[in-house]
Design a protein around this ligand. Structure first.
Ligand SMILES: Cc1cc2nc3c(=O)[nH]c(=O)nc-3n(C[C@H](O)[C@H](O)[C@H](O)COP(=O)(O)OP(=O)(O)OC[C@H]3O[C@@H](n4cnc5c(N)ncnc54)[C@H](O)[C@@H]3O)c2cc1C
Length: 424
């Protein structure tokens, strides 16, 4: 533990000693011991758990909606790494640095950021535990993304450092790109797709395109084998299957759920009992809501995902606690960054209204999802929704007629704009 000098304390101090400590812990990275109520509330406060696509957006938009509300964001990572576009790191088309951003913009909006994990939620006392201390809130927004169900694949829990998922962009993305690069020409890369529901329905198939593109251009004697737990390609099926005609090195097997992995023999086993050898494996495990959402008893009877009110994103189980992003289910929307960002804004508007004693306006999210099929072309799907009878319902879905460089350029515009919207 590093002790704060008086000068550091004064420089980071907010309206109270507690907030000064909070700022110092977040800015300097030398988390002082957080004990008891380490940042006593002086006015209305929203605490946000998770500084990803949903949480960072919500934190910013609560401040924009009502700057008199204090917002504290809990996020262990010091840098935001975008999952969207991270499949391009595997093909060498993008660097991880080009997808990595700081949280300075949020601080500029007055969001207080503490780089720490929430360890528990106490809804009755309206507080979030952080280490040995706690933070009080008037409203809590929970956006912890997904957690992996390691136990669903035999051998995976013990091998999780070697059998990579790369499904949370960051070091694993870079490591998987290195494994691909180091694979001998003539090798077999196995990519496994988990059963629905999982984060980013088209993501595994975009990844398949990027790996197949890399192999075709750099290791032409190699093969990509996609083992899908689902009965068909889950999203943009026709467009992906058309794109795969360019990749004779890609073999797709539907209804091939992987239930076991053995890194010592470099082998995965499917539910059908087939044993498949690999040189490199990318095993995307089955998923559920982030652990804090499960611990806080926000998940439904499936023990995986959180049911919410479609207008306010308030939990169906806990009052004054809102859940957004991939951890939610029950709305007819995909687990996407675009949706998490939209939920962040809608939830922020609702929370600001509720804290000011007003009725939140009904607002529906929207979703545009691009997938890169090679180094310069993309495909896309657009989903439109409306609120009807207090529920979000889908109005229409439109797909691009095919793949094109123009859609890829639109994807770059989408990403640049939404990163700025979340963090700028
Ligand atoms: C390879 C890939 C490609 C993708 N491509 C696209 C795309 O093109 N378009 C698109 O729209 N979406 C895409 N997605 C999906 C998108 O990344 C997710 O839907 C989005 O990140 C969900 O946002 P979230 O806020 O729910 O979770 P996240 O963005 O994962 O944020 C969760 C945050 O919570 C933090 N956290 C967790 N537990 C705690 C705790 N106890 N205390 C404090 N903080 C905590 C985590 O550190 C994390 O930063 C892609 C995903 C992948 C994996």
């Amino acid at each position: 533990m590093t002790r704060l000098t008086r000068r550091e304390f004064l420089r980071t101090s907010g309206r109270s000693a507690g907030l000064g400590l909070l700022a110092a812990a977040g800015v300097a990275g030398c988390a002082p011991a957080l004990k008891g109520d380490f940042a006593p509330k002086t006015g209305r406060r929203v605490v946000v758990i998770g500084g990803g696509w949903g949480g960072a957006t919500a934190a910013k938009y609560v401040r924009l909606g009502d700057p008199s509300i204090e917002v504290v964001l809990l996020e262990p990572n010091r840098r935001f790494v975008s999952c969207p576009f991270s499949n391009l790191v595997l093909s060498g088309v993008r660097s991880i640095d080009s997808l990595t951003f700081g949280y300075g913009g949020l601080r500029g909006h007055g969001v207080r950021i503490l780089h720490a994990s929430a360890s528990a939620v106490e809804p009755d006392a309206r507080r979030v535990r952080v280490g040995e201390g706690y933070l009080q809130y008037d409203r809590l927004i929970v956006s912890p993304g997904v957690e992996f169900q390691w136990e669903q694949v035999d051998g995976l829990a013990a091998a999780r450092d070697r059998v990579l998922h790369a499904w949370k962009a960051g070091p694993q993305t870079v490591d998987l790109a290195r494994q691909l690069e180091a694979m001998p020409d003539g090798g077999v890369f196995v990519l496994t797709v988990p059963p629905v529901a999982y984060r980013c329905p088209p993501g595994p198939y975009e990844r398949a395109c990027q790996v197949a593109f890399y192999l075709k251009t750099k290791k032409p004697r190699s093969k990509l084998l996609v083992l899908d737990a689902n009965a068909n390609v889950v999203s943009k099926a026709g467009l992906f299957r058309a794109a795969w005609k360019d990749y004779p090195n890609l073999e797709y097997r539907a209804s091939n759920k992987v239930v076991k992995v053995d890194p010592s023999t470099r082998e995965v086993t499917t539910e059908l009992g087939d044993r498949v050898k690999y040189d490199v494996v990318n095993l995307i495990p089955p998923q559920r809501a982030g652990t804090i959402a499960v611990q806080a008893d926000l998940v439904g009877t499936d023990k995986r995902w959180c049911e919410v009110n479609h207008l306010t994103y308030e939990s169906a189980k806990q009052a004054n606690v809102h859940v957004i992003g991939d951890s939610t289910i029950g709305l007819p929307v995909p687990k996407s960054g675009n949706i998490a960002n939209a939920m962040g804004k809608i939830c922020a508007v609702a929370v600001v209204h509720l804290l000011n004693g007003k009725e939140p306006p009904p607002m529906a999210p929207g979703n545009t999802c691009y997938s890169w099929v090679n180094d310069r072309e993309a495909i896309a799907v657009v989903n439109a929704y409306k609120v009807e009878g207090g529920k979000v319902v889908q109005i229409e879905q439109k797909l691009t007629p095919g793949q094109s460089a123009e859609w890829a350029q639109n994807a770059v515009g989408w990403a640049t704009g939404i990163w700025q919207d979340i963090l700028g």
